[in-house]
Design a protein around this ligand. Structure first.
Ligand code: GRF
Length: 187
């Protein structure tokens, strides 16, 4: 099986990156992580790239040409797919058009509900019965591209922001790899 090269964009803890790195060790998993892009030099996720000898590129998203810097870098690695895994910067329409290949994102809610930030707070405030996560294609409209995988769980009475985050992230790790398998098996 020929593996595709994936690039993972992160800004923080990197638990999704870590899980994808582990999954990609399996020869049947459709991608290799060839590059990590990070816009936070203190991000814990960089440690996972370092530990696994994955090249990483620190980008300054305050610099107005940062997307061109990323595109240039990505070209060198023949990247077939970008996985946004907690990248705290909205990428532009121009970037999406110029990259031309697939970009996917993981979002901590059951889209189309709760687009944007502070999803757990809003889910609790609205007394939702269930929540979960969504892996979707990135399009020019925020958190609105086609869903690839969605996973759901029921909210318990004693759940709070912390427990919802933990439960959601556990599901995210499964959803992300399932989405990649789905995409590369003729989704
Ligand atoms: C995830 O919960 C994801 O839903 C959101 O950002 C978080 C990143 O977590 N987009 P991590 O850095 O992968 O641990």
């Amino acid at each position: 099986m020929v593996k595709r090269n994936a690039c993972v964009f992160i800004s923080g803890y990197g638990s999704n990156l870590k899980s994808l790195i582990l999954k990609s060790r399996d020869y049947t998993f459709p991608i290799n992580i060839s590059l990590v892009i990070c816009n936070n030099k203190n991000a814990n996720g960089i440690l996972y790239a370092k530990k696994n000898s994955i090249p990483y590129f620190l980008v300054n998203t305050k610099n107005k040409n940062f997307e061109e810097d990323i595109l240039r870098k990505i070209k060198n690695y023949k990247i077939s797919i970008i996985c946004l895994a907690g990248f705290m910067k909205i990428i532009s329409k121009k970037f999406i058009r110029n990259f031309r290949k697939r970009i996917i994102n993981i979002h901590p809610s059951l889209l189309p509900k709760y687009k944007g930030l502070k999803t757990f707070e809003r889910v609790l405030f609205d007394k939702e019965k269930k929540t979960g996560c969504t892996v979707h294609f990135v399009t020019e409209k925020l958190d609105s591209g086609k869903t690839i995988v969605q996973k759901t769980f029921f909210i318990e009475r004693n759940d709070d922001i912390k427990s919802l985050k933990e439960k959601t992230q556990k599901l995210e790790h499964k959803a992300f790899s399932e989405a990649l398998i789905k995409i590369f098996r003729n989704y």
